[in-house]
Design a protein around this ligand. Structure first.
Ligand SMILES: CC(C)(COP(=O)(O)OP(=O)(O)OC[C@H]1O[C@@H](n2cnc3c(N)ncnc32)[C@H](O)[C@@H]1OP(=O)(O)O)[C@@H](O)C(=O)NCCC(=O)NCCS
Length: 161
């Protein structure tokens, strides 16, 4: 809510209020989200501690774990954009770092502690450093976890912050 209020103040050119609300978010929750970030509806933050988000663009139902970083990488740019562009229904798990002017498609899941520096196509689960698509030794396990990931997206859709 503090991020939404700070973004509202930014859109209405009340930058002092944006700075104050952002500082309050850091003080209360240990969570820093740039007031210039453009994030769709249904933002869900399970544990806000340690989250740092720059001027990214994200679609609806973004789910974030604790300690997630989304930001620029060595100031490299694509079309004047330094920060990631993130699709709908994306889950970024605890400690993951998503950096640079990359694009994450819809329904992407980022594993804990991954460092994502390349584009990710729709529906892919990525992990590791640097992040690569995750595959399974036992593919039979996949059905149950896909169910869990679908549930996460459903929770986000209901929360609509
Ligand atoms: C990443 C995740 C979403 C993948 O779920 P999944 O599709 O069910 O896949 P699995 O967990 O079975 O993992 C698939 C493969 O990726 C590997 N993997 C899992 N998490 C990984 C990670 N963070 N980094 C690198 N590899 C990872 C697994 O070892 C497995 O490979 P294996 O079959 O050779 O052992 C899930 O493992 C996960 O970590 N969820 C988030 C949990 C979390 O953040 N909890 C914090 C709560 S506060």
């Amino acid at each position: 809510m503090l991020f939404r209020a700070a973004h509202w103040a930014y859109c209405h050119r009340i930058e002092v209020l944006s700075v104050l609300l952002n500082s309050l978010n850091i003080a209360l929750h240990g969570c820093e989200i740039s007031w210039q970030a453009r994030i769709g509806q249904g933002l869900t933050i399970f544990h806000p501690v340690g989250i740092v988000i720059g001027d990214c663009e994200a679609g609806d139902n973004l789910c974030l774990g604790n300690g997630v970083t989304i930001g620029n990488r060595d100031k490299r740019q694509i079309d004047g954009r330094e920060n990631p562009r993130i699709g709908n229904n994306v889950v970024i798990n605890a400690g993951a770092v998503v950096i640079g002017p990359i694009t994450l498609g819809n329904n992407v899941t980022v594993a804990p502690n991954a460092v994502v520096i390349d584009d990710v196509e729709d529906g892919i689960v990525v992990g590791g450093v640097p992040a690569r698509p995750l595959t399974r030794r036992n593919p039979e396990k996949r059905a149950s976890s896909r169910l869990e990931l679908a549930t996460v997206a459903e929770i986000a859709a209901k929360c609509r912050i």
